[in-house]
Design a protein around this ligand. Structure first.
Ligand code: NAD
Ligand code: UGA
Length: 459
C-alpha cells in the first residue's frame, strides 16, 4: 500500500534534524526526504564526507540513504520541496531567550516562527506540520496562527512529535527508541505519521496523546532526567563529607525497581543544549501561570547543577592557590571539553563553567578533547590563558593539577605510572566523572579526588 506521506521536508539540519531524517530515509527507502537549513556551510558539510556532527554510526546511515532518497539543501532550493511535501518537520533550535519578555528563561521561538512563515509562504494543498523541536506547551497555537496567513486552499494539520534521542547514542536511540510520541488533534494525521515510525518501531512504542500533553511531556521528561542528575550530585557532596562512596550508594538505590539504575552517575554537573534550557522553559511556564512553588522546585535542579560545577572548580583550586586565592602561574590540565563522551557538542558543557572559574583566578589551562575542535573551545572560553593540547600527554606535561571533565573511555585507560613523571610534584587528579582507574593512580603515587568519594580515596 502506498504510504500516506511520500514526501517529507525537515527544516533544520542540526543534531536532531540531520540524524532523525537520515534514519527515516534509511528505514523508508520509498519516502523522499529533504533536509533544509539556512546555514549553507552546514548543508555543504552534510553533503561531504566530513559530516558537521559527530555521532557513532551516523556516517554509515547517511552513506546508505544520501543520493538515494535523502538530500540536504539550502533554503532557496528547499522552497520547492516544501511546496511538494506531504509533511514538514520543524527541527530548528529553540534556545533560551536573551532579550525581551521572559529573557533568561523562556524559549526563543523566533526560529520556529520563521519556519512557520516559510511553510505558509511555500506550502500547497494540505500539509502536515510537525513540531520536532522542543517547544513550550501550547506553542502549536502560535504556529497555527502564522500558518493561517497561507493562501486560499492551503490547509494544515499540526502534530507534536518531540525527539528523545541523546547525543552520543543518537542513532541507537532513533533505531530502537523507548517510545515515539505523537500528539495531535485529529486521528488521521497522527496515523499517517505513526505509519512511518511503525516500519521499524514496535506499534506499542508509538504513543499518541493530545497536542498539549505531547509538548509538555517532552519538557517534563528532560526535567525528570536532569533532576536525577542533580539529586545524585547533591548526594555526592554528602558522600564526600561523610566518607561514603556515591557509586556504592547509587548502585544500592538503583536496585530498587521503582528507582532503577540509570541516570545515577554523579558528575561535575549536567551539560548539553537542552537540560538547562528546558528546565528554564518549564520554570517560566509555571511562573506565568502563577505556580510559584512549582517554579521554585525546578529552579533548585538548575541551581544545584551550577553549585556542583563551581564546587568542583574550587576543589581543584584550593590546594594550589596562593594565600590570596590566585592561580597565577598554575597550570591545570583539562581532560575532556565535550558535555559527554562520543559527541563533539560543547553547548552548555560543564567544562565552560569550570574553566572560566579557574581562568578568572589566573590559571593557565591545557585543554584536551578527542572530538572538540580548538575553534569550539576558543568560542566558549577564549584563548587567553588557554592552550589546546593535541594529546592527553601534552595536556598533562608540567601540570599542577588535572581535571577530568568528560568521560571519554580513553581517559579511563591512561597509564598513570608512565604519565606520573610528567606532572608537577604533588599534582592531584580531580575526577569529575568517576572513570579514572583509582588503583593505577595509587600505584603511580599520585593523589586522586573523585566526585562523591569520601576521604579514604584521598592520598
Ligand atoms: P541545532 O542548533 O543543532 O540545529 C538547528 C538548525 O536549525 C541549525 O542548523 C540552524 O541553522 C537551523 N535553522 C534555524 N532557523 C532556521 C530556519 N528558519 N530555516 C532553516 N534552518 C534554520 O539544534 P538541535 O540540537 O538539532 O536542536 C533542535 C531542536 O531539537 C531544539 O528544539 C532542541 O531542544 C531539540 N532537541 C535536541 C536534542 C539534542 O540532542 N540536541 C534532542 C532532542 C530534542
Ligand atoms: C538529553 C536526554 O537524555 C534526551 O532524552 C533528550 O532528547 C535530550 O536531552 C534533549 O532533549 O536534548 P543529552 O543532553 O544529549 O540528552 O545527553 P544525556 O545523556 O541526557 O546527558 C545530559 C548531561 O547529563 C550530560 O552532561 C551527562 O554527562 C550528564 N549526566 C547524565 C550525568 O552527569 N549523570 C548521569 O547519570 C547521566
Amino acid at each position: 500500500m502506498k504510504p500516506l506521506v511520500n514526501k517529507i521536508v525537515c527544516i533544520g539540519a542540526g543534531y536532531v534534524g540531520g540524524p532523525t531524517m537520515s534514519v527515516i530515509a534509511d528505514r523508508c527507502p520509498d519516502i523522499d526526504v529533504t533536509v533544509l537549513d539556512l546555514n549553507e556551510a552546514r548543508i555543504a558539510a552534510w553533503n561531504s564526507e566530513e559530516l558537521p556532527i559527530y555521532e557513532p554510526g551516523l556516517a554509515t546511515v547517511v552513506s546508505r540513504a544520501r543520493g538515494r532518497n535523502l538530500r540536504f539543501v539550502g533554503q532557496i532550493e528547499g522552497a520547492a520541496h516544501v511546496a511538494a511535501a506531504d509533511a514538514v518537520f520543524i527541527s530548528v533550535n529553540t534556545p533560551t531567550k536573551t532579550e525581551g519578555e521572559g529573557a533568561g528563561k523562556a524559549s526563543d521561538l523566533r526560529y520556529v516562527e520563521s519556519c512557520a512563515r516559510f511553510i505558509a509562504a511555500h506550502a500547497t494543498g494540505h500539509t502536515i506540520v510537525i513540531e520536532k523541536s522542543t517547544m513550550p506547551v501550547r506553542a502549536a497555537d502560535r504556529i497555527k496562527s502564522i500558518l493561517a496567513s497561507a493562501g486560499p486552499g492551503v490547509t494544515f494539520d499540526i502534530l507534536s512529535n518531540p525527539e528523545f534521542l541523546a547525543e552520543g547514542t543518537a542513532i541507537r536511540d532513533l533505531e530502537a527508541p523507548d517510545r515515539v510520541l505523537i500528539g495531535g488533534e485529529r486521528p488521521e494525521p497522527i496515523a499517517a505519521l505513526a505509519e512511518i515510525y511503525r516500519r521499524w518501531v514496535p506499534a506499542e512504542r508509538v504513543l499518541s496523546t493530545g497536542l498539549w500533553s505531547a509538548e509538555l511531556s517532552k519538557l517534563v521528561a528532560n526535567a525528570f532526567l536532569a533532576q536525577r542528575v542533580s539529586s545524585i550530585n547533591s548526594v555526592s557532596a554528602l558522600c564526600e563529607v561523610t566518607g561514603a562512596d556515591v557509586e556504592e550508594v547509587a548502585s544500592v538505590i538503583g536496585t530498587d525497581s521503582r528507582i532503577g539504575p540509570k541516570f545515577l552517575r554523579a558528575s561535575v554537573g549536567f551539560g548539553g543544549s537542552c537540560f538547562q534550557k528546558d528546565l528554564l522553559s518549564l520554570i517560566y511556564i509555571s511562573e506565568s501561570y502563577g505556580l510559584t512553588e512549582v517554579a521554585a522546585y525546578w529552579q533548585q535542579v538548575v541551581d544545584l547543577n551550577q553549585w556542583q560545577k563551581h564546587r568542583f572548580a574550587d576543589q581543584i583550586a584550593a590546594p594550589i592557590a596562593t594565600a590570596e586565592g590566585s592561580l597565577r602561574g598554575r597550570r591545570i590540565a583539562i581532560l575532556g571539553f565535550a558535555f559527554k563522551k562520543d559527541t563533539n557538542d560543547v553547548r552548555e558543557t560543564p567544562a565552560i563553567d569550570v574553566c572560566r572559574r579557574l581562568l578568572a583566578r589566573g590559571a593557565t589551562l591545557a585543554v584536551h578533547d578527542f572530538k572538540v575542535t580548538p575553534d569550539s573551545i576558543a568560542s566558549e572560553i577564549g584563548t587567553q590563558g588557554v592552550e589546546v593540547a593535541t594529546s592527553p600527554e601534552a595536556a598533562l606535561a608540567g601540570a599542577d593539577g588535572v581535571a577530568v571533565l568528560t568521560e571519554w573511555s580513553a581517559y579511563a585507560k591512561l597509564d598513570w605510572t608512565r604519565l606520573a613523571g610528567m606532572l608537577k610534584a604533588g599534582a592531584v587528579i580531580y575526577d569529575g566523572r568517576n572513570i579514572v582507574d583509582a588503583e593505577a593512580v595509587r600505584r603511580a603515587g599520585l593523589g586522586l579526588r573523585s566526585i562523591g568519594k569520601g576521604e579514604r580515596h584521598v592520598r
